[in-house]
Design a protein around this ligand. Sequence first.
Ligand SMILES: Nc1ncnc2c1ncn2[C@@H]1O[C@H](COP(=O)(O)OP(=O)(O)OP(=O)(O)O)[C@@H](O)[C@H]1O
Ligand SMILES: [Mg+2]
Length: 233
Amino acid sequence: MILDVQQIHGFYGKSHILQGVTLRVGEGETISLLGRNGAGKSTTLKSIAGVVTPQRGTVTFKGEPIHKLAPHKIASRGVCFVPEHRGIFRLLSVEENLRLGARKDSPWQLDDIYRIFPRLKERRTNGGAQLSGGEQQMLAIGRALLNHPRLLMLDEPVEGLAPVIVEEIVAQLKLIKQAGVAILLVEQNLEVCSQLADRHYIIEQGVIVYEGDNAAFIADESIKDRYLGVGVV
Ligand SMILES: Nc1ncnc2c1ncn2[C@@H]1O[C@H](COP(=O)(O)OP(=O)(O)OP(=O)(O)O)[C@@H](O)[C@H]1O
Ligand SMILES: [Mg+2]
């Protein structure tokens, strides 16, 4: 296991959002975390990244507890979090955004990112604010790769993007997965989840209510009706 989350409880003020979330990600494994709006998906990723501090429970990364560490310490161990709004600096250029997270020891360097996402190369002097949604997502993923991720956590990476851009991003995520990076993916697009993930979790009101491998998940349509409200016709 690269990541072992055990019984974490997360709060915003007095609101008890995560009520004992337990999930695991194996080495090189891609996991999807699904659930309705407000179920606690983003809060789970934030709790792993240290943006929200779990009040109870443990998060173990590569055998060591990380749930009491500051976000930058967690990131420096290789937990890369691409938040929903992508965390792009609007006033910096594409290249400046990329260089911010770059590390010399990463298997991915700037030229690799430009090879993976040629659009970023074309727009390297453009400001972050001038990018389309798809380009922003590519930039956020590119920056995470430069930071040498051991675990890449993506919060709705293809939300609101055109199908052709979704395909492009999914194809690149498959290559990142093949390179051995473990991925924890929050995504509402079931097609994307079943293309990428080896295993799926469903969270409901801050509790994991389902866990299954990809074959079982695809085969069981009742799950999608029950927990996601997106019955396959
Ligand atoms: N900063 C915050 N302060 C207070 N409550 C919050 C905050 N962020 C989220 N919440 C609440 O916590 C609950 C879980 O939110 P979370 O963002 O984890 O849901 P989600 O599963 O990611 O939903 P979505 O699919 O809409 O992104 C929701 O009820 C939400 O209103
Ligand atoms: Mg969310």
